[in-house]
Design a protein around this ligand. Structure first.
Ligand code: URA
Length: 280
């Protein structure tokens, strides 16, 4: 299959993943071309740190629980991950965003470093009550070294302002800090290499609310491979913060009809943070 067609299929699978749909089945018994369901499985694996689904993991956590509807959903297949101690599970005394950035250094830990221009660490208020987490830098972010500065970023800025905030009031970062080539999904090894830095950023900032933009951020922090539409708009506990996942602004650019749903999600966040919508 030529790269263009492969990329188109991957984008389509990304799109249906955002909707929580799939897998799609097409009989291709006699073909050597990978089937849709194989590609779907690849896409799912790519952005899933397969661990217990949120309902399982959160059941023992005090505070917020996922809504009952989530626990009634059929389980998505999970892939075992190697267990063992992680450096990043330990609390790092006197950690700071500066120290995390220093630790990242001129990173070559995963293959994403090969094509990147800039590491996109994160931007905003270091004491923010609200943190937005995206997937990974795109072309504009890679060029400028700042998250969410392209088209999707401008929409995110509008969303933040509609909530009665300014971009500099919140903190914005991504699961992976280097741009995946051709804006493909970050792959599993890339996520597992880079996400510990996100975990540390969140531990330092200690926001009241984390808003995951899209499936990748939500699946990474909630350690699930369920489709985002299964739990979008619901509250979860993430290490003492309230976490809510909504659709990615890039998805909204392709599907403006979903803006109403996202606005409802943002209003939930505003109500927790005591924010009033900006007057038009
Ligand atoms: N999409 C993301 O997920 N993050 C960015 O920084 C830009 C686009």
């Amino acid at each position: 299959m030529d790269e263009n067609a492969d990329q188109k299929i991957k984008s389509f699978l990304h799109y249906i993943e955002e909707l929580g749909l799939g897998p799609y089945y097409i009989a291709r018994a006699r073909s050597s071309v990978p089937s849709y369901d194989q590609l779907t499985a690849r896409a799912r694996d790519a952005c899933a740190l397969a661990r217990p689904e949120p309902s399982a993991r959160l059941a023992g956590v005090s505070g917020l629980q996922p809504s009952p509807s989530l626990s009634k959903q059929p389980r998505a297949p999970t892939i075992p991950i190697p267990s063992g101690p992680s450096l990043f599970d330990e609390h790092i005394e006197n950690d700071s965003l500066e120290r995390i950035r220093e630790d990242i250094g001129d990173c070559t830990r995963c293959k994403l470093h090969k094509a990147r221009t800039n590491i996109v660490f994160g931007v905003g208020n270091q004491k923010a009550e609200l943190v937005f987490v995206g997937e990974g830098p795109g072309h504009d972010e890679d060029a400028q070294g700042e998250p969410f500065v392209g088209r999707a970023g401008r929409l995110l800025t509008q969303m933040i302002e509609a909530m009665g905030l300014r971009r500099e009031d919140v903190y914005i970062c991504n699961v992976v800090k280097c741009r995946p080539p051709e804006n493909r999904l970050p792959e599993r090894d890339e996520i597992s290499t880079c996400s510990p830095f996100l975990v540390r950023q969140l531990a330092v900032i200690q926001p009241k609310v984390i808003c995951c933009l899209g499936a990748c951020a939500a699946q990474t922090l909630l350690e699930t491979n369920q489709g985002i539409s299964r739990f979008r708009g619901e509250w979860f506990d993430y290490r003492g913060a309230k976490l809510l996942a909504t659709y990615h602004p890039a998805y909204l650019l392709r599907n403006p009809n979903a803006k109403g749903e996202v606005w409802k999600d943002l209003q939930k966040i505003m109500s927790v943070l005591g924010l009033k919508a900006r007057k038009k």
